[in-house]
Design a protein around this ligand. Sequence first.
Ligand code: PLP
Length: 394
Amino acid sequence: TKKLAVRVNTLSPSSTLAITAKAKEMKESGIDVIGLGAGEPDYNTPANILDAAYDSMKEGKTKYTPSGGLLALKDAVIAKLKKDQHLDYTRQEIMIGIGAKHVLYTLFQVLLDPGDEVIIPTPYWVSYPEQVKLAGGVPVFVKSSPETQFKVTAEQISAAVSPKTKAIIINSPGNPTGMIYSDEELRQIAIVCKEKDIWIISDEIYEKLIYGGERHVSIAQLSEDAKERTFIINGVSKSHSMTGWRIGYIAGNREVVSAMTNLASHSTSNPTTTSQYAAIEAYNGPQDTVEVMRKDFELRLDRIYPQLKAIPGFKVIKPQGAFYLLPEVSEAAEKTGFSSVDDFASALLTEAKVAVIPGSGFGSPETIRLSYATSIDLLEEAVKRIHSYVETNW
Ligand code: PLP
């Protein structure tokens, strides 16, 4: 009678958050650890957004809002989707939620019946499979590798579809891969999804962090059919350095969005009111800080990528977006005496004093993930430490 519910039996804590917590603990006990685990920009939220939040509080806008979000914020999201994606949505097709993460959680809750399958390309963001399972669904993994630029093909997806398949998740730019699907690759995927009649969940949270002259296209832009079967998931966390404010949104089919809003009305009520006013300013206000942050990330990437590549036993593809590097390090792990990359990553933390995330949590056990959302000086020092650790122990 005192046992936990079956549904949480296989639930593992987020590996990203676990390592970050361990590194923080070491730091607090006086150890000089460099954390490259972070999944968030290292800038403060832009001042105009902070001001808008404070002003709204002073004006007494501190009460409940509609569960699906303020109409003014929905309108700001609609304007953003029109400006950036050239897509038209109505208020009924938008829900504001508590970060993209909780929006995805709510989506799986209203979409999946027990046994329904969701196709997830690997390497994947840690929460997708857990969220699918929590909704009674079954994650079906489709593998990608460095040889395919960490992207899956339409053929692979087609082969993975079964009568139970409900949806596929596309995350471009991807976490942890940093890769971007081209228009043509997305077009092929959209064709398969139409043929097989499945939903497309397009996680576009890293939309604004793109490098090397690449550009972001939402799969929803590619045809009327693709738009109708796609749920765009996005938010202000990464674009406006607002991870702690917890504001994300979904744009898509109105029946599904309406069910999600109903669910929110009984679970969370509205996302924090102050955060919603901040997000309105994030979308409607000046966007120059978004570009300043993007440029800075690109500078760091360009500086650190060749240094990382020079470490013996590290194979690295240059990412096109987000703020992660995903080197394949199985050779380095083996040559330094470890039977798994997990153990190698632990040694990097305890011996080299650099916190990285082992790829096993992303379904990619040959890799480690390094976030470059930290200062250039720290990044260079961290890579130097890893390099010297590998060389000394080879
Ligand atoms: N999707 C991906 C791929 C992410 O990496 C993250 C955050 O790490 C999220 C969604 C969730 O972002 P948030 O809940 O802060 O909006």
